[in-house]
Design a protein around this ligand. Structure first.
Ligand code: MRU
Length: 359
């Protein structure tokens, strides 16, 4: 994906060949700042404090975090400690555990420098595969948009998305946004309704930023506006990402997703989930069993924005107590389909055996 016309991934190795660079997403869209991760502790902090975020990118960052930890100490006890520290950073996105398990399996047979080399090799493979996977999600998902375009010739298609499931949430392309980028690149007229996504505003600050960088027409809306727009027939399709899908197809995603799915069902708007197979968790039977992250109340009571003098400022909007559940669960019955790297399916069951094999 491009920033000011230059292609970037969201995570990459420094020229020294070992430290890891990411965009500090807390600064977007006002400042483009790159953070250099030099230790497992720093990688864990970057995930916990959401310098970097989004299910697939959290997994990729943890993978490189383990590399940094093993570089400092590659012993078996250290491997376990690094694994545990990284796994404890955020509870909801299963991609974190998926990436760490894969890393552990790759490095376990080796010792010392061989172990470190195997770690970097596996982390690079996780990142490269994420790019290929997302590109494939885009190729499958764009067929839905192409079909809609054929049914509505000459009309701009309006697609609603929640949170950020674009390239900033992955290594490149994104999951939910990958089909939208491809549609735009293929000259299908698309316009995206971007839910602002309170409390951290991933929609307003991240999704809007990356759509703008790619030249995709979009409009930021308050989280509560989607229902009205659907009633007014101003939404053709919803596509969102996910942090974990249970065995029964229930979808855990950023808080507010469920309400959009309800409104979509009530108004006959198709509601799709873009996801890599690594986001299916066959060990969880139903959505209610997925751990929901409770984040700091301060994320609700304090908002960040640009003040008139151009500086980024924090403003407290209430002194009352606040609660901050960061994710919710959309029941499978409200999901029209799952767009994965293997294709689009109305039920996730068909992919579960495959997840078991690769997990
Ligand atoms: O708390 P965040 O910003 O990490 O939450 C991100 C989301 O909910 C995304 O929609 C989800 O991870 C899908 S990412 C491709």
């Amino acid at each position: 994906m491009k920033i000011h016309g230059v292609h970037h991934r969201t995570i990459w190795l420094s020229d020294n060949g070992w430290s890891v660079r990411i965009f500090d997403q807390r600064q977007l869209p006002w400042r483009i700042e790159i953070a250099e991760l030099t230790s497992v502790e720093m990688a864990a902090r970057a995930i916990r404090e959401m310098w970097t975020r989004g299910a697939p990118l959290v997994g990729a960052t943890a993978a490189y975090g383990l590399c940094l930890g093993l570089r400092a100490d590659a012993s078996d006890p250290a491997l376990e400690a690094h694994y545990k520290a990284l796994l404890a950073t955020r509870p909801t996105a299963v991609n974190l555990r998926w990436a760490l398990d894969r890393m552990k399996a790759a490095v376990k047979p080796h010792q010392g420098e061989r172990r470190v080399a195997a770690a970097y090799q596996c982390a690079a493979a996780i990142c490269n595969e994420d790019v290929d996977t997302n590109r494939a999600i885009g190729e499958h998902g764009v067929q839905l948009i192409e079909a809609l375009a054929r049914a509505n010739p000459g009309r701009t298609l309006n697609i609603l998305t929640h949170c950020n499931a674009g390239w900033l949430a992955t290594v490149d392309y994104g999951t939910a946004l990958a089909p939208i980028y491809l549609a735009h690149d293929r000259s299908i007229p698309v316009h995206v309704w971007v839910d602002e996504t309170r409390p951290r505003n991933q929609g307003a600050s991240l999704t809007a930023f990356e759509l703008a960088q790619h030249g995709v027409p979009h409009t930021v809306i308050a989280d509560n506006a989607g229902g009205l727009l659907m009633q007014q027939r101003k939404v053709d399709l919803c596509i969102v990402g996910t942090d974990r899908v249970a065995r029964n197809g229930d979808v855990c995603n950023k808080i507010g997703t469920y309400l959009k799915a309800l409104a979509a069902r009530d108004n006959g708007v198709p509601f799709y989930i873009g996801l890599p197979l690594s986001t299916f968790d066959p060990s969880i039977a139903r959505g209610a069993d997925i751990p929901i992250e409770e984040r700091s109340a301060e994320e609700v009571t304090v908002i960040y924005g640009k003040s008139n003098d151009g500086s980024v400022a924090a403003v407290r909007i209430t002194d009352s107590p606040a609660a901050n559940p960061a994710f919710d669960v959309t029941p499978a019955r409200l999901v029209t389909g799952y767009i994965t790297e293997k294709g689009v399916t109305g039920t996730c069951d068909v992919f579960v055996p495959e997840v078991r094999k690769s997990g």
